[in-house]
Write a protein that binds this ligand. Sequence first.
Ligand SMILES: Nc1ncnc2c1ncn2[C@@H]1O[C@H](COP(=O)(O)OP(=O)(O)OP(=O)(O)O)[C@@H](O)[C@H]1O
Length: 257
Amino acid sequence: MTALLETRGLTVTYGGINANDDVTISVEPGTIVGLIGANGAGKTTFIDAITGFARVSSGRVTFAGEDVTGLQPHPRSRRGLVRTFQSLELFEDLTVWDNLLVACDTTRWWTLLPDLLRRSQGDKVASQARWALATAGIEHLADRLPQELSHGQRKLVGVARALAARPQLLLLDEPAAGLDAVESAELSTRLRGLVEEGVTMFLIDHDMGLMMTVCDYVYVLDFGRIIAHGTPAEVRNDPRVIAAYLGSSHGPTEGEA
Ligand SMILES: Nc1ncnc2c1ncn2[C@@H]1O[C@H](COP(=O)(O)OP(=O)(O)OP(=O)(O)O)[C@@H](O)[C@H]1O
């Protein structure tokens, strides 16, 4: 099977230190792939590099068979490589529905098409937003303002907003941060449901319950380098992973593992 996303020897250097060091991974279509590692291991840097928010020093990123290493973030998202951010920023004065509409990429068409076609494009945007709301399971929140929502609900709005851009590959940076166990289990179900909708995912989180349940395959990063990869069961029992992350003081906090 051809990988949807591949990195080969990806290296990102900040101030002489390799935040990512020779990272090679691949994500097959129709799967959820996870990346775990201690604080500062380089996980967010990796998503930044894949999505064009961090400059790659060496190595390459291939998405859907195309080398995208030198592209800016926007052309990558246009190709279906869409991310969420660790700190969730919603437009607080807009309803959930309007937050989603803003995320639907319309700029090319609004400026080019006559009024008649604009209306049909508007319908397309609305149907994208409706699909995103339904897939994230938050249709009932469409008319609410973000400030009225719980933390877990806001996280789901963040996922829905990324979905509104119709990703082929959705990169989720700590979607379970701050969620309680019930919300995290709910998120896990939602993410597995997304795979059925044709969305492939790459996921970073410290919530080991979520990662080990939801991921098909897991990579482990330590000081910028991949030290292990395999199924969740293989990774969980790998002595290098236990030493570097799961069994150490800088690994997940009690209750997460
Ligand atoms: N923009 C930047 N400029 C300089 N150094 C950076 C920058 N971004 C990250 N770093 C450094 O790169 C290393 C990796 O950071 P990164 O945020 O990618 O780790 P992480 O695994 O995502 O951590 P966490 O789990 O705490 O979010 C750290 O040493 C960090 O200080």
